[in-house]
Design a protein around this ligand. Sequence first.
Ligand SMILES: Cc1cc2nc3c(=O)[nH]c(=O)nc-3n(C[C@H](O)[C@H](O)[C@H](O)COP(=O)(O)OP(=O)(O)OC[C@H]3O[C@@H](n4cnc5c(N)ncnc54)[C@H](O)[C@@H]3O)c2cc1C
Length: 424
Amino acid sequence: MNGKARVLGGENPKEDIYWFKTEKAQDHRPLASEIEVDTVVIGGGFTGVSAAYFSQTIGAETALLEKSKVGSGASGRNGGHLLFGSKYKFSVLAERFGSEFAGDVFRMSGDAFELIEGLIREYSIDCSLDKCGNLWAAHKPADLEVLKLEQAFLAEEFGYETRVLEKAEMDQELRSEAYHGVHVDPHGASFHPLNYVLGLANAFEEHGGMIFEDSAVVGIEKHGARVVVRTMNGQITATNVIIATNAYTPAIFPDLASGIVAVRGNIIVTEALAAGTLEKLIPGGRVTSDTKKVLNYFRPLPGNRMLFGGRGDVGELYSNMEAIFPDLSGTRADFSWAGSVAITRDAFPHIGRTSSGFLFAAGYNGRGAALSTLLGKLVAQKAHDVPSQEYALESLAISKFPFHQFREFGVKAAAAYFRFKDRL
Ligand SMILES: Cc1cc2nc3c(=O)[nH]c(=O)nc-3n(C[C@H](O)[C@H](O)[C@H](O)COP(=O)(O)OP(=O)(O)OC[C@H]3O[C@@H](n4cnc5c(N)ncnc54)[C@H](O)[C@@H]3O)c2cc1C
């Protein structure tokens, strides 16, 4: 692709997705029989694979059903930015929900990072974990002031040291005229998200867990204390069901589906850039998100490629990349793909039970790479009544979107409004 990248519609073939080109995968057979297990997990992303792994290692025979391939949802399509916190800034959380709540989300984020690092270490998961740190780039001068407040809050409240660089001194981290300064968080990280989830899936299997791919759940019925989960060619009878379908939640789980709006995000990955280009544009080598309401994010990749993501179609992404880095104008985009982000009404992830009593964890609002492994663990512990860490976030119930059937119109209208605000 030269200049304006081609726009893809619908689901992308694997070949379009950089992570799948560089994966360490093995295929799994579909479910084609009737089996009985203790626990069945629906959905093979970070949340589901984590829930399955922890369920199995707790001692419960566990099977995982994935509609397509492990990691084929958002977990194998994301930017691979491992960021501390939730969608809200910690200072905003403290203002709206109190400092205790903000402190609890801080503790939860730390635990989520520790958990992922521990699993990667324990199973030698080859997923290019890089504790590179991350940048928040100020789209407007006023945004830099907000970032300064956040930096001060993090230091005072939690002793969490970050730095803010004004535009004049920003060059050491990011060379772009598009931004007015950056907030540097040295604790952020990056990884190869697909290889991480595949590595954890291997660990689950090493412990005796079963994975069935190309096995979409099409029906679910309760029979007393047992539940029958049906796919097109087989069924599993289980005591516990964990739903981990996030933005891809099907209509057979209506009360979870109506609490989530799926918003499309796109990513492009450039051709290999001339040696030294990335080092010039992002000298600190960190992953970056900006403060736009319709945000852009980017990161260097091995082999001198740039990953660039955001909302809008691929052509719009390419134009945004050119505006931020004019040096990349005319660069070929070798990969481009889309994925669905799960938005909730309160912008928090949720863990809970559907009205039928099935456990779920979902709704990361574009920030699930770090938190979803932890929520998968928590939901597995709940399934088996294993005492677990408790977090304030768990007390929040997922609420339905009013007029959920008009969500596509609502999402488009909201995006248009936020784009307008970004231009002001
Ligand atoms: C383009 C993009 C970029 C992102 N970038 C980042 C980032 O840089 N950092 C970050 O923190 N977060 C990011 N996110 C969000 C992050 O990827 C998600 O929060 C996370 O992957 C959620 O994991 P999950 O396991 O809950 O869901 P998913 O990975 O989406 O898994 C759900 C799975 O359920 C399966 N499924 C659906 N229906 C059925 C069924 N009927 N039967 C069986 N299986 C079914 C799907 O096939 C899918 O594999 C991004 C998301 C997108 C889309």
